[in-house]
Design a protein around this ligand. Structure first.
Ligand SMILES: Nc1nc2c(ncn2[C@@H]2O[C@H](COP(=O)(O)OP(=O)(O)O)[C@@H](O)[C@H]2O)c(=O)[nH]1
Ligand SMILES: [Mg+2]
Length: 445
């Protein structure tokens, strides 16, 4: 994917430049009016998956393709602007050096990024340009080192946008897979990713060894997993857990509540349940409430959710348990609507079990997404054979993972989610599964 920005006085002129330089296949990511004319940002070999990858966490804000393209264009603009600022700073340093009498390579400042980076690298290392550290005034080397780091990170970022374009003519052209990509895709499926996701991740590895592709793919998976920044227990607020019956909502609330009481005491915590649909539905929550000495409030005909939250507004943390209703159940709409319409800032999280089939996870997400989901919690990681199913789910939905749970112990088996450790755990599971398969095959041989 090659991204490029064009300026012209008129749209017609800008489009002429685009078709001249980029050819007929360029995609327009954004166009806007700027001082003195129009600006167009275009891309060749534009790929939504790649655009998401290069935007990282922010990509989740792009709810549709045109927003994604706009964000990609924004990012390109920012990088270009940053590069031009860095160029000016390099020029300043050069002028300072010249004024202080240091020898300086006789080259003109060029617009090329590669060139700039090479020159600055040689300035820092003192190689090839005739500049030696000993000749530098104090402070120069630090300044240059900082700039070198800045330029190489900018290059990496620009490279992340441009590199795939250079590789676009590699063996996978036409959407087919080469042999390494095929093996990679199979391994990613064993890891637990769905066929489509495994295919698109493996296709990013254009050439090279399988093991390098595997590492790069795992990194890509980790990049695609968003995690919550805030620790609920520290930040406080009102959090509701939704999800199917048996997914682990009440147990997770018990874990969160117990952890909170251990760290902060019971006075500033309250539990609420909106489950008035099943007899004895609250029993487990009341047990937690009694053990922890924390109040438990029930939403019913005479107590609306907002009335209860108003009363609890002095509590630092309020955890809301809900009934695992599906769209076929009476009360399904009502329950989700009261969360969405609340005057309180309720952060609703979907609780999904890592043991669910991917199709079930997706249908659960469809069922609950009208609740304005702020993120999710992945439960029963201990019982899952492989983790790619749940990790693929969070990659595809873009839901930030706040917590994961890996057992029934309260509160020990509750953990803040972090992408890299989750992927590492997934790799360990895959290895364990392969070992046990080998053992079975060995025994049968
Ligand atoms: N192995 C395991 N079991 C869990 C985990 N979280 C919850 N459970 C069990 O799953 C079952 C259903 O949990 P529950 O909290 O009642 O689900 P809810 O219907 O969504 O409220 C219970 O037997 C829990 O002990 C977990 O992380 N690992
Ligand atoms: Mg429950």
């Amino acid at each position: 994917m090659k991204v490029k920005r064009f300026f012209a006085q008129s749209m017609a002129e800008a489009l002429k430049q685009v078709s001249h330089e980029m050819g007929p296949d360029a995609v327009i990511l954004s166009n806007r009016r700027v001082d003195g004319g129009v600006e167009i940002v275009t891309a060749l070999d534009y790929d939504e998956n790649m655009a998401r990858q290069s935007l990282g966490e922010k990509a989740a804000e792009a709810t549709n393709g045109s927003r994604l393209a706009e964000m990609q264009a924004d990012q390109h603009r920012r990088l270009e602007d940053e590069l031009s600022r860095t160029r000016s700073r390099i020029q300043e340093v050069r002028e300072k050096r010249a004024a202080s009498g240091a020898r300086y390579p006789q080259v003109s400042l060029h617009e090329d990024v590669e060139y700039e980076a090479d020159v600055s690298a040689s300035l820092v290392t003192g190689q090839g340009s005739g500049v030696r550290g000993s000749q530098q005034s104090p402070g120069y080397s630090d300044e240059l080192a900082a700039m070198k780091a800045e330029i190489s990170s900018l290059r990496e970022l620009m490279g992340a946008q441009a590199a795939p374009a250079a590789d676009a003519r590699a063996p996978s052209e036409g959407g087919g897979k080469n042999a390494v990509q095929q093996l990679l895709s199979e391994r990613l499926q064993e890891f637990g990713l769905g066929t489509e996701l495994a295919g698109s991740v493996s296709r990013q590895h254009r050439n090279g060894r399988l093991e390098d592709g595997w590492k790069a793919s795992l990194k890509m998976v980790a990049t695609g997993i968003r995690t919550a920044r805030e620790d609920w227990l520290e930040a406080g607020g009102v959090y509701a857990l939704v999800g199917p019956t048996g997914s682990g909502k009440t147990t997770t609330i018990g874990k969160l509540a117990a952890r909170y009481v251990l760290e902060h005491g019971a006075d500033s915590l309250a539990l609420v349940t909106t489950d008035r649909y099943r007899v004895a539905a609250h029993e487990q929550l009341f047990v937690f409430g009694r053990i922890l000495n924390v109040p438990v409030r029930v939403v019913d005909e005479s107590h609306s959710l907002d009335d209860i939250l108003d009363e609890l507004s002095d509590r630092h943390l309020v955890l809301i348990d809900t009934a695992g209703l599906t769209s076929a159940d009476r009360g399904y709409q009502e329950q989700l609507a009261e969360l969405v319409r609340s005057d309180h800032n309720i952060r609703t999280h979907l609780v999904v079990s890592a043991t669910s089939q991917p199709r079930i996870m997706k249908s659960v997400w469809h069922c609950y997404k009208m609740a304005d989901l702020a993120g999710c919690i992945v439960t029963k990681i201990d019982e899952a054979l492989t983790l790619g199913e749940s990790l693929g789910f969070v990659m595809e939905t873009g839901l930030p993972v706040a917590w994961y749970t890996d057992g029934q112990k309260i509160p020990e088996d509750l953990h803040r989610a972090e992408a890299a450790p989750l992927v590492r755990m997934g790799v360990e599971r895959l290895r364990a599964m392969q070992h046990s398969q080998d053992a079975v095959e060995g025994a049968l041989a």
